[in-house]
Write a protein that binds this ligand. Structure first.
Ligand code: NAD
Length: 496
């Protein structure tokens, strides 16, 4: 049932009613009878309901995207990106409001939300370069009187299945590039915090994105499954936990789809004795506890090498003890709540398990409360000492404000320790030695490496994604990889 025929005017949010899907340029209520609540993780206040969209809803969205494809593909690339230029301006204009909305449904502080929106905008800006990025190659006289050229062509309908931790930015690692290259797109956002992206889609429609080019279907793994099984979906961009990423990769392979599946992480930060230890400790605090540790680039194990260990431990503990934990919209909040009660319980269980495995709890965030917010999903900053790679807590992604400390006697030993972990997303080294930094980047075997950088986040013009258990696929998000992923290189060999 269509609830409004105007793409740009989303029906007013009634927290009792499931939020609409966006299909073929219209806001449409799902045919599902079930919906999940979306809560403010700091206050527990209900913010809306997410429909568990049905197979029929997914089929309607894919059909709309398929129908829109021929005309959109035939739209010149320069005209396609003009829509994105307008979207970029609208996103800037609304950035502050969007950041506040995002803070309410995710919990991180407003500055972090504004930073996330900026990263989304940068992907729109990079996608505006498509007329150049999408160019092919030519060679005259590959044989006598014969010329050869490649052209990049879009493939049709792509789909994105995205996680809760960056609900604005991560969808924008994908759909701006997909549509700029002439494809159409179906997005299934996280069911935990899908509200702010509704506004982004509204702005895209306002910027002039034609009906059916970008569609949203809300729901959980059932809607994701219907997307994965749909024969008209040419490719899948997935971001989430590794177990699901592996499964998505396998399913997409079975159904012959292109796939890029970005998974979880367990990132190490290695600090050498020659590092600026105040600087390294500050970087650790922001990397580990920023966004309450719910970042795939968060460093969650700090490896102090030699005498750096005790010195950096003392500094980090001192700073972590005084971090301001509170409601994301309150001024001066450094760290907000985690996304849900269930996730808080999982993080606390992992801390308990770490303690049972022999780690000592140097700073305990279990049972943390914030005055005035009794319903918030709080975990205070937590530091575990003696987190070894062989233990569960040393192997598993916690995705909360928990720092594990361990020591090594050399860079080589620190690298060997990282190699015992299944993940390969990001890592950082802090040192003043160019030689040590070179050894580290040479042998780390991890995809995103920070040298004196605590959060090794590639900008939009560079690829974003991990390796080993953190990534299934070959072409990553953002950058030139996005252009490769969303187009096929077709070779034309001509004789006249
Ligand atoms: P999640 O795996 O629970 O969910 C991600 C998406 O997959 C959601 O849209 C969800 O509805 C869908 N989904 C869940 N189960 C599914 C199934 N069985 N089949 C198909 N789809 C399914 O992840 P999350 O809790 O939302 O996000 C946190 C995870 O995402 C962490 O592991 C984090 O490291 C990871 N992450 C990775 C990156 C990266 O760049 N590698 C970036 C951000 C987040």
């Amino acid at each position: 049932m269509a609830v409004s025929t105007t793409a740009q005017s989303r029906p007013t949010d009634d927290v009792e009613l499931p939020i609409p899907n966006f299909i073929g340029g219209e806001w449409i209520r799902s045919s599902a009878s079930d919906a999940l609540p979306v809560h403010d993780p700091g206050t527990g206040e209900p913010l809306g309901r997410v429909p568990l969209s049905t197979r029929d809803d997914v089929h309607a969205a894919v059909a709309a995207a398929k129908e829109a494809f021929p005309a959109w593909r035939a739209t010149p690339a320069v005209d396609r990106v003009r829509v994105l230029f307008r979207l970029q301006a609208l996103l800037h204009e609304h950035r502050d409001d969007l950041a506040r909305d995002l803070s309410r449904e995710h919990g991180k502080n407003v500055a972090e939300c504004s930073g996330e929106i900026q990263r989304g905008i940068e992907n729109v800006e990079h996608a505006c370069c498509i007329p150049t990025l999408m160019m092919g190659d030519t060679l005259e006289d590959v044989a006598r009187g014969i010329d050869c050229e490649t052209v990049r062509q879009p493939l049709g309908v792509f789909a994105g299945i995205t996680p809760y931790n960056f609900p604005v930015m991560i969808p924008m690692w994908f759909w701006p590039y997909a549509v700029a290259t002439g494809n159409t797109f179906v997005l299934k956002p996280s069911e935990q915090d899908p509200l702010t992206h509704q506004r982004i889609v509204e702005l895209a429609a306002q910027a002039g994105l034609p009906s059916g080019v970008l569609n949203i279907v809300h729901g959980d793994h059932s809607a994701a499954d219907a997307i994965l099984e749909h024969p008209d979906v040419a490719g899948i961009s997935f971001v989430g936990s590794s177990a699901v990423a592996r499964m998505v990769y396998a399913k997409a392979a079975q159904t012959g789809k292109r796939v890029q599946a970005l998974g979880g992480a367990k990132n190490h930060m290695v600090v050498l004795p020659d590092a600026d230890l105040d600087f390294a400790s500050e970087a650790a605090i922001s990397s580990v506890f920023g966004s309450a540790g719910q970042r795939c680039l968060a460093n969650s194990v700090l490896v102090g090498v030699g005498e750096a260990y005790d010195r950096v431990k003392e500094r980090v503990l001192d700073r972590a003890t005084s971090l301001r934990v509170g409601y994301g919209l309150d001024e001066d909040t450094f760290m907000g709540p985690v996304i849900s009660r269930r996730h808080r319980d999982r993080v606390v269980d992992l801390i308990d398990q770490g303690e049972r495995e022999g780690a000592s709890v140097a700073l305990d965030g279990r049972g943390f409360q914030v005055d005035g917010y009794p319903e918030g999903h709080w975990v205070g900053p937590t530091v575990l000492e003696g987190v070894e790679p062989g233990t569960h807590v040393g192997q598993e992604e916690i995705f909360g404000p928990v720092l594990g400390l361990t020591r090594a006697e050399s860079v080589e030993e620190a690298i060997a320790l990282m190699h015992e972990i299944e993940y390969g997303n990001a890592t950082s080294i802090f040192t003043q030695s160019g030689r040590a930094a070179r050894e580290f980047r040479y042998h780390a075997g991890i995809s995103m490496i920070g040298v004196n950088i605590g959060v090794a986040a590639p900008m939009a013009c560079f690829p974003f994604g991990g390796s080993r258990g953190s990534f299934y696929g070959d072409l990553k998000a953002q950058g030139k990889d996005a252009v490769e992923f969303f187009t096929d290189k077709r070779v034309i060999i001509s004789r006249w």
